[in-house]
Design a protein around this ligand. Structure first.
Ligand SMILES: CC(C)(COP(=O)(O)OP(=O)(O)OC[C@H]1O[C@@H](n2cnc3c(N)ncnc32)[C@H](O)[C@@H]1OP(=O)(O)O)[C@@H](O)C(=O)NCCC(=O)NCCS
Length: 220
């Protein structure tokens, strides 16, 4: 499979809706349940946040068309993504601004998806301290590969890019949470060298916290 890896900070903003769609199709967590406007805003904020480490894989044809946005077919150009930061709650908190936009979205959810609004309230109260990051730790918050592109090494490639960038930024470890019933993700992380450091419950989710210790000179 031919693809190009791009840093999220260099991704043309015209492609962010396609990235949000890929997130929606691959990551059924609370952010996705909140709906496309939230996911898109999340990636817009992430793109502007210099502490965020994030990469996308694009089909090669999109790379060559990057200078001519009008010719882009955005539906299937994004293949995969990985995103994380040293302070995920701060990134999430930015979603509450601007306040009129946030209030409008909450109103929309109250009428269309009240259960998701309840899930959001619960997440505030059930947020686990097991997710707290220590200095020089960075969290890999999201990683996803389009279903049609799985099993061809893209997940490993994005994970490698993320860890390499974390190493260059001076972090000593990458941590993440993964649901205990996600064997594909657990296999990806374990084969890469992550280890389970604890298992905990967060609301209705049962999760492993996993860690990868970065060594300065290693070559993956
Ligand atoms: C998890 C995910 C990112 C893996 O991506 P991928 O591109 O298919 O993974 P890769 O092809 O790079 O595989 C990497 C390793 O994991 C293993 N692996 C991947 N999927 C697997 C599966 N379903 N069962 C067992 N092992 C699996 C591969 O065998 C490979 O091992 P190898 O290096 O020894 O060959 C992908 O399945 C996905 O997007 N899942 C939905 C989103 C998700 O769950 N994200 C994680 C949230 S914490």
């Amino acid at each position: 499979m031919t693809y190009t890896l791009l840093n999220l900070h260099q991704l043309p903003s015209q492609l962010l809706p396609a990235l949000a769609d890929l997130h929606l199709a691959t990551m059924p967590t609370l952010l996705a349940n909140l709906g496309q406007p939230f996911v898109l805003r999340y990636y817009q904020l992430a793109q502007k946040d210099p502490s965020v480490i994030a990469f996308c894989a694009l089909t090669q044809s999109v790379k060559s068309a990057l200078t001519d946005y009008s010719s882009l077919i955005t539906d299937d150009c994004l293949l995969a993504y990985a995103l994380g930061s040293p302070n995920p709650p701060a990134l999430n908190a930015q979603l509450r601004q601007p306040l009129p936009w946030f209030a409008g979205q909450m109103l929309r959810l109250a009428f269309t998806h009240p259960a998701v609004l309840w899930q959001l309230v619960q997440s505030v109260f059930s947020a686990s301290e097991e997710n707290t990051l220590l200095p020089r730790e960075v969290e890999l918050t999201y990683i996803g590969v389009a279903p049609s592109a799985r099993g061809q090494g893209l997940g490993k490639t994005l994970l490698t890019a993320f860890v390499d960038a974390a190493r260059s930024a001076g972090y000593k470890s990458v941590v993440l949470s993964v649901e205990t019933d996600n064997p594909a993700a657990i296999a990806l992380y374990t084969k890469f060298g992550f280890t389970i450091i604890k298992t905990f419950s967060e609301g209705r989710y049962h999760r492993h916290r996993m860690e990868y210790q970065i060594r300065k000179q290693e070559n993956k």
